[in-house]
Ligand binder design. Structure first.
Ligand SMILES: *Cc1c(COP(=O)(O)O)cnc(C)c1O
Length: 977
């Protein structure tokens, strides 16, 4: 087939509106009025033309790298197969916090590969999110039980950043102590490196102490980090070190392997204040570094300091138990520079997988896996001891769980090469030491190969080795650290052990939820577009999924090529020179970009430049990230149009001229408008010696038409989980690449273990890593690669056009019923629009909340509420929705307005009407009906047909849950109210 036949295939699948639809939409919004006399143009293209300010239009098309035309799905998958074939799937026994695990196929198929789970949004609308909230509560209960502390959050980005967040929790808990944080000598090296970056920016001093070796602490510290078991694999008793940290006035943070915790005394029982770690080895593929769910659990008294999201238990309008996110007032959206952390997108899908791994295996199943791992390690150890007897080589003598260190003076490279030839990757600790880590997926054949690499016996009859003899003296762990099964006694962990039961449990939870597989999720600022099946396919291939992040470069050629290409494409599309894919979310890209700015100023002797100007309308992560980068936030006013107030900006720039570090600006603005003055704004900042950070989360309105680099940006982050089609996963994973001009490129994140050349993971003068893995969540990069490859520059541009046309169509149609708050040139918006519901409230008493909940009865996910303006909806349709769905939404909003008017007219009382009672459950209409409107009006309002979505709970009482904080699985009796 020729290109002309294939080209456009995917674009037509991806973009929801046909050209006929687009023409009709163009006519509906009066396109052409400004274009009299010009040649007719396609409506979607024309709307961007009329919306984009003249100064911006055509500023920079993409450069040479991005293919002009898209490949078909089949072609793109064939190319991905080619890349995959350049990765070598060996047995990864490298360890360092990443373990070869087995994803139960029932979880792979029904969670990881199921759009009901992966296309869901963050559960801010709890009534339509009970399934994933329950799954996250399982996760929280699991890690809290294993850690031996009461309150866990619903995931963090990875183990290293979780440790950094824990350091900040400790700092907030102990404000008066000196800014000194102790790091044990046996902490994972990548965790130490991430901590160093984060500490340096905040003026925290890290002090390395060999705690396991009994070395003394400084007199006064605010906290310290212990690894348990240690990075070397040594299992040691940290209770003395925890006591010493407490004696020095500090908080004790323990980074722990959750599988080891099924057989080892919990850190909580030994007095730890905070426990962090990674749940990767609970069935989550390695994926060359991620995505995986980090976790954090805290003692009583620290729950309000917890970063990230926290699922809690509350009740609905009928008093039934219901889940929702708790204590949200801690979050950056609300607290901005005073937030507990900048974490927004986390790792929900991976937390769901890890939690379900525990549900499926149960406490005794997990214990059996841990004993099997320990048993295989013991077996290998015995072979090595035998093989090395009489030589200078020796297995390091220490209690162990799954990891051994072998001392082979001068021979480490040789042994590792021999193992590699046999198909096993080991860890080069140093020239004399080899590290070996055993995982759930490690086979006896693998163990033989390792033994052979050390010159041990060849193939021998497999020992009749089963699981580790429980309670036996042969345990490699000292008796005081042995733990019995005192965890996961909630029935959910012992009910779904057959595949049938598990499949049905996952189905039941998925059915409770509203995701993109049911209908539009028109969330402004979130870009909930299609996550194509073809783009998702490759993430499950072992050549991408079973790759250790520190595998040798020779085994990851395909990954490096994919990463290089994707980075080049993104640089091209945004007008920058270098891209790092390391940050695990937009928030982390922001931090990395600001740290690059900081490093740049310092390299020029400008250490005093520490003011970050942030418009009042900015996303809350901006301010939170600036604080974490050691900057002072100065807020710039916005005008009544939501644009940066140029006069105030100029004043602030001159006021802080000497100390100006950066401006963070979002383009198009968070109000969804292409502001006119962006070139003047960036010029004013540059003129004063500042750098310009453009928040790239709204790139869906710009791609193919203008580039941040050409607007005066020095650095940006992009959200691949918004614009570039990585699914939202119910609140993560994400990828937040940071893209920069050449002068900032050397200051981008670096990583000691990066396999590629400088540029992709390597700022040569960078502060260090912002994620545990060199390429962050590399395992999901094939999704964005496929997205760009299948659309090509032409398709990407068409997608932008369709997204902007859709938003303008909605603005025009909704504008018939509600005021649209901000518009730019020719009355146009960009890719989203703000619907003002304040006049409705004034006239009828019906609130934004009522409208949002009533939309559930109509079968819609509510738009973004009260951001960036209180009392409003921000609506973003994206290019993937079709015209019928847009019209269905307009009709629902029109009906809701009519209902509100009935309330105002006194037809329905203010306290008993379909709006304040929304959403309506099936149970509520089966019960005795006393309302002044019919059951049919309640659950089948106009336009709702057979595809009715039934919410499982009624409106949830947020305040009740925060007052009575319960963040683990409630007992079964609690459901019978
Ligand atoms: C989504 C978003 C962010 C944060 O991205 P995360 O991946 O959630 O951390 C930052 N800025 C803007 C404007 C956004 O819309």
């Amino acid at each position: 087939m020729s290109d002309t036949v294939l080209h456009g295939q995917y674009a037509e699948r991806h973009i929801g509106t046909s050209s006929a639809d687009q023409e009709a939409m163009g006519a509906a919004i009066g396109l052409g009025e400004h274009r009299a006399g010009e040649a007719p143009r396609e409506a979607a293209d024309a709307v961007v033309d009329s919306a984009l300010p003249a100064a911006i239009r055509g500023l920079g098309a993409a450069g040479a790298h991005v293919p002009e035309l898209g490949a078909s799905e089949a072609e793109a998958l064939a190319e991905l197969r080619g890349l995959a074939s350049r990765n070598r799937v060996l047995t990864p026994m490298i360890g360092l916090g990443y373990s070869d695990t087995i994803t139960p196929p029932v979880i792979q198929r029904n969670v990881l590969e199921n759009p009901s789970w992966y296309t869901a949004y963050t559960p801010y609308q709890p009534e339509i999110s009970q399934g994933r909230l329950e799954a996250l509560l399982n996760f929280q209960t699991m890690v809290a039980d294993l850690a031996g502390l009461p309150t866990a959050n619903a995931s963090l980005l990875d183990e290293a950043t979780a440790a950094a967040e824990a350091m900040l929790v400790a700092r907030r808990a102990v404000r008066k102590a000196p800014a000194t944080f102790v790091v044990d000598a046996d902490v994972l090296p990548q965790t130490r490196a991430v901590l160093a970056v984060r500490a340096e920016a905040l003026g925290i001093e890290l002090v390395d102490v060999d705690l396991a070796g009994g070395e003394a602490l400084p007199d006064q510290v605010f906290g310290g980090l212990i690894q348990y078991p240690g990075a070397s694999g040594r299992v040691w008793d940290p209770s003395g070190a925890i006591d010493a940290l407490h004696a020095a006035g500090g908080q004790a943070v323990v980074a722990a392997d959750p599988l080891a915790l099924t057989v080892l005394t919990s850190p909580g029982a030994m007095g730890a204040d905070v426990v962090v770690g990674s749940t990767q080895r609970f069935g989550v593929p390695l994926g060359f570094g991620g995505p995986h769910a980090g976790y954090m659990v805290v003692r009583q008294g620290l729950e309000r300091q917890l970063p990230g999201r926290l699922v809690g238990v509350s009740k609905d309008a009928d008093g039934h138990l219901a889940y929702r996110l708790a204590l949200q007032t801690r979050e950056q959206h609300i607290r901005r520079e005073k937030a507990t952390s900048n974490i927004c997108t986390a790792q929900v899908l991976l937390a769901v997988m890890a939690g379900m791994y525990a549900v499926y295996h149960g406490p005794h199943g997990l214990r059996a896996i841990a004993e099997d791992v320990m048993g295989k390690t013991a077996l290998l150890r015995s072979w090595l001891v035998e093989a090395l007897a009489g030589s200078d080589d020796a297995v390091v003598d220490a209690p162990y769980f799954d990891t051994l260190r072998v001392h082979v003076p001068g021979r480490a490279g040789e042994v590792i090469a021999a193992a590699h030839d046999l198909g096993v990757q080991l860890l080069p600790v140093d020239a004399d030491t080899v590290g070996i880590s055993v995982g759930e997926a490690t086979t006896h054949t693998d163990l033989h190969r390792v033994a052979a690499a050390f010159g041990g016996p060849g193939e021998r009859a497999f020992a009749t080795f089963g699981s580790f003899p429980a309670g036996d003296q042969g345990w490699p762990v000292p008796a005081p650290l042995r733990r019995e099964v005192d965890y996961l006694d909630h029935p959910v962990f012992s009910t779904h052990h057959s595949e049938t039961a598990m499949m049905r449990y996952l189905k039941r939870l998925a059915d409770s939820d509203y995701a993109l597989d049911r209908g539009m999720i028109p969330l402004g600022s979130c870009t909930m577009k299609l996550n194509a099946a073809a783009a998702m396919a490759a993430i499950s291939w072992p050549e991408f999924s079973r790759i250790h992040p520190f595998a040798p470069a020779e085994d990851v050629g395909g990954y490096l090529e994919l990463i290089d290409q994707l980075a080049d494409w993104l640089a091209d599309l945004t007008g920058y020179d270098a891209v790092s894919l390391q940050p695990n979310a937009g928030s982390q890209g922001e931090l990395a970009g600001l740290l690059a700015i900081r490093g740049y100023h310092r390299s020029r002797g400008d250490a005093a430049r520490d003011v970050c100007l942030i418009p009042s309308s900015a996303h809350g992560t901006n301010a939170a990230s600036a604080v974490l980068a050691g900057m002072r936030v100065v807020v710039v006013a916005c005008d009544e149009m939501g644009n940066v107030d140029l006069t105030d900006l100029r004043n602030k720039v001159s006021e802080h001229r000497e100390s100006l570090s950066a401006l963070m600006i979002t383009y198009p603005s968070t109000h969804g408008v292409y502001e006119h003055d962006v070139l003047d704004i960036t010029a004013a900042v540059h003129e004063a010696g500042g750098q310009v950070y453009i928040d790239g989360a709204n790139l869906n309105a710009l791609l193919g038409h203008a580039r941040f680099g050409d607007l005066g940006g020095d650095v940006s982050h992009l959200n691949l989980h918004k614009t570039f089609a990585i699914p939202h996963g119910g609140g993560g994973p994400g990828v937040g690449p940071v893209a920069a001009k050449a002068h900032l490129a050397p200051f981008l994140p670096s990583h000691e273990y990066a396999q590629g050349e400088e540029g992709t993971a390597g700022g040569s003068r960078g502060a260090g890593p912002v994620s545990a893995a060199p390429y962050g969540s590399a395992g999901i990069l094939p999704i964005s690669w496929a997205y760009i490859r299948m659309l090509g520059l032409e398709g990407l541009t068409e997608a932008t056009d369709a997204a902007v046309l859709g938003a303008n169509y909605l603005a025009a149609r909704l504008g018939e019923y509600f005021p649209i708050l901000y518009t730019g040139d020719h009355g146009r918006v960009a890719h989203e629009c703000i619907v003002d519901l304040r006049p409705l409230k004034e006239a009828t008493g019906i609130t934004v909340d009522d409208v949002a909940k009533r939309l559930i009865d109509f079968g819609f996910h509510a738009p973004t509420m009260s951001f960036p303006v209180a009392g409003t909806f921000m609506v973003e349709p994206t290019e993937s929705e079709d015209l019928a769905e847009l019209d269905r939404f307009v009709a629902a909003m029109a009906s809701i307005k009519a209902e509100a008017e009935q309330v105002a007219a006194g037809v329905w009382p203010a306290e008993d009407n379909p709006l304040v009672n929304a959403p309506h459950t099936a149970a509520s209409i089966a019960a005795e009906w006393t309302h002044p409107y019919s059951r049919e009006e309640a659950v089948f309002p106009s336009g709702v047909g057979a595809a009715k979505y039934w919410p499982p709970v009624r409106r949830i009482d947020q305040a009740h849950g925060d007052r009575n904080l319960v963040c683990s699985c409630p007992p079964v009796e609690a459901f019978s109210s």
